[in-house]
Design a protein around this ligand. Structure first.
Ligand SMILES: Nc1ncnc2c1ncn2[C@@H]1O[C@H](COP(=O)(O)OP(=O)(O)O)[C@@H](O)[C@H]1O
Ligand SMILES: [Mg+2]
Length: 296
């Protein structure tokens, strides 16, 4: 029987450690795939039909804004895409995989509508909230306390909250809480993030800061973003794609210039006249900086 030499053993151990450190992602092999593919999807709650034969695609690296009237199925759509609820018909693929056999949910971030609108009064610090969300993978070498701390503070730094790690979440402003929720997803290095109305109940300035932060995560870190919002004017400035829900449909449009989203489509889905020219606004906070016009 062949014996493994000490050197070979050392090399093998090093390799194993490197593999753990790098956490090889199954998604690298599917790099060219779409982020979201929906084919012929139908869904309803006990007879109340929400979607009928819906098909659309979202590419990797897209910043998708999901808009539509109240009750048109925005939250339902996100829950379907995350396999929280199952369609009555059709297929959903996420990062190249059928969601029924999705290999690694740690790479998918989610802030639910409930989390965003919750009045957080429980006595947890920002640090604890992030730590609790770090995915512990079965069979993998678990991170040390120092590594966990590094992961937590790296994520907090990205959202500019590293000085608030020891504070109670309930003591932060609405805008700061939203940034903590975003950092809570970032601890797992997600490939895609889903956010359901993350800016509801916060002031306009903090709201724009959240849109800009997400735009940065999208352009600088390549994270695909899918966000539900009620603010058509703001999201059409920041997102490059818009999904409109309503009338049992999902229509996905490019929002680059905003021209593709016309008042007729909006008004049909909302069921009343929507004046898109009045809604649309300029971003004062980040857009220049992201496109490199205002670097200093
Ligand atoms: N768990 C549920 N059971 C039954 N009906 C539901 C449930 N969740 C949502 N609905 C209904 O489905 C429709 C779409 O809801 P939702 O996806 O939350 O809309 P939106 O997020 O666009 O406001 C609404 O009419 C809502 O009342
Ligand atoms: Mg909703």
């Amino acid at each position: 029987m062949e014996k493994t030499s000490k050197t070979e053993k050392a090399i093998n151990t090093d390799r194993a450690y490197d593999d753990v450190k790098k956490e090889p992602s199954p998604f690298r092999q599917t790099f060219m795939q779409k982020a979201i593919e929906v084919r012929d999807l139908s869904f309803g709650y006990s007879g109340n039909r929400i979607f009928k034969n819906v098909s659309f695609d979202v590419s990797r690296g897209d910043y998708l804004g999901i808009i539509g009237p109240n009750g048109s199925g925005k939250s339902t759509l996100i829950k379907l895409l995350l396999n929280i609820i199952s369609p009555t018909k059709g297929e959903i693929r996420l990062l190249g995989y059928n969601i029924k056999n999705f290999p690694d949910w740690s790479k998918v971030g989610y802030v639910s509508q409930k989390a965003s609108s919750l009045n957080i009064s429980f006595p947890a610090t920002v640090e604890e909230i992030l730590k609790a969300n770090i995915f512990k993978k079965i069979g993998m070498m678990q991170p040390t306390k120092t590594q966990v701390r590094e992961q937590v503070y790296h994520a907090l730094k990205i959202v500019d909250m590293e000085e608030h790690g020891r504070e109670l979440i309930g003591n932060l402003s609405g805008g700061q809480q939203q940034r903590v929720f975003i950092a809570r997803m970032l601890v797992n290095n997600p490939e895609i993030m889903f956010l359901d109305e993350p800016t509801s109940g916060i002031d306009a300035k903090s709201e724009e800061a959240v849109y800009c932060l997400l735009a940065r995560l999208n352009t600088e870190m390549g994270i695909t973003i899918a966000m539900v919002t009620h603010d058509i004017g703001a999201i059409t400035v920041h997102a490059n794609k818009i999904a409109l829900t309503g009338d049992k449909e999902v229509i996905v449009l490019n929002s680059g210039s905003g021209e593709e989203i016309n008042e007729e489509t909006l008004s049909r889905l909302y069921g009343y006249r929507v004046n898109f020219h009045i809604l649309k606004h300029e971003c004062r906070n980040c857009c220049n900086r992201i496109s490199g016009k205002d670097e200093n």
